[in-house]
Design a protein around this ligand. Sequence first.
Ligand SMILES: C[S@@+](CC[C@H](N)C(=O)[O-])C[C@H]1O[C@@H](n2cnc3c(N)ncnc32)[C@H](O)[C@@H]1O
Length: 305
Amino acid sequence: MLRTLVSQTGFLLSNIKNNGERIMGSINTLLGDAFFNQKAWDDESTCYDVMNSMEAKGTERELDEIGIKESDTVLDIGCGSGRMSIPMARRAKRVIAIDSSEAMIEICNRNINDSGLSNIDCQRLDWENDDDYEKLPQVDIIIQARWSGGASSLKKYMKKGKKIVIIEWAKNSPRVVRDTLFKDCFSEEAIQEHPELAPFDPMAYTNSNEGYRIKEARNKKLRDELKEVGIELHSKTVQGGMEYFCTSKEELEKKLLYLSTHPHLVNLEKFKENIVPFIEEKEDGWLFYYPTWSKIEWFNTIIEV
Ligand SMILES: C[S@@+](CC[C@H](N)C(=O)[O-])C[C@H]1O[C@@H](n2cnc3c(N)ncnc32)[C@H](O)[C@@H]1O
């Protein structure tokens, strides 16, 4: 119901015919649709997977902080293309990876297959859907990483997990990285047709945006609930980073181009200028590095698995 309301509001906003149309469209995509509309995640899935392939080292650092044991069963809610599920399965007994986006699940299953791991159960389930939620078993650890709709309620977490881990971007989210690498790379026509290509709008991360307000309200509600029952919330910021090495500069440029949802619309000359500060020639090839940081928050519930 809430989701429908938000996407309807977004739809109305993006249809306002005035000078603010493009900006409204971009805000809607950034925090309205993109946070709540499954189609947006389906559309993002391919470039999200490219990005994830550049994040292996940072992801391992996040996993080090979580402290997964060999005997643990972990539930990865909103697993995306499996950025965490796959390396997690090398540390845990079993991983249950769920996502409500069909395209993400398809890519995740392909990545699991390529990994050769057999202890990941990956399926399309919506954490917000009551029937899907009831199907999920109780686990040792629940991970909700970069799950833009905000935290879930304590009651929901408590029924399913002993330890809950929530990971959010602390600095340089993919949106920021993309806006830097693809700055001035799209024509007005391309942006009109695909509003999500419009550059980041600072207004989007303020209280004036409905998607942002909903997310903040959910995060605050969880904090209040934890306080009320005296559960301590721990927090740590970890450096991640997007990193990729290729033997030739051309090969690297081609890979980076696929960080865009619409690589064929990119102005290549401008793009090649933009990436210069982030690529470096090494003895045997070219390295791309863009620093990012994530905030990891965790708390223990009281259920016995
Ligand atoms: C930004 S991606 C994060 C993917 C992954 N956790 C990671 O850290 O790379 C957010 C994912 O959450 C999924 N998602 C959004 N709402 C969901 C829901 N209600 N139930 C399950 N997955 C959901 C989206 O489809 C998307 O794949």
